[in-house]
Ligand binder design. Sequence first.
Ligand code: FES
Length: 148
Amino acid sequence: MGVINDNISRRKFLSSAFMSLGLGFGIGMLGLRFLQFLSPKVKADRFEEILVGSAGDVSASDVMPMEIGNSKVFLLKTDTGLIAFSRKCTDLGCLVSWDKAKEQFICPCHQGVYDRNGKNIAGPPPRPLDRFQVVQKGENIYVKVKTA
Ligand code: FES
């Protein structure tokens, strides 16, 4: 009789121990999933350098309109080097154009005006034109645009 009771007790103990381990593991995995839910992964912006021309193509007086991916851009040379501006007005997003005589970017929608450095100087635009990073490698000029 004593041997049978010992076996049953041992069997019950092992059964309880495995059930407790399984339950603990399950609760642990659930807690891990909950923590992953609370801190979702944030995708970092991805940028790509797009070849837009060579340094010799851009003269000091030119303002070159171009389309890079889905972005409409002006590339120009200033005292501080090459700059690429978004053509999107910072008011409501109309496309600005370059007025060579006035040396200004003009927005046709509400007469927003930006100077050659993209600074908003008149009208409703609340801030300067957005900039794209320009990278020069040797003679090649690249503009960094967001791809995702
Ligand atoms: S959208 Fe350009 S000034 Fe309003």
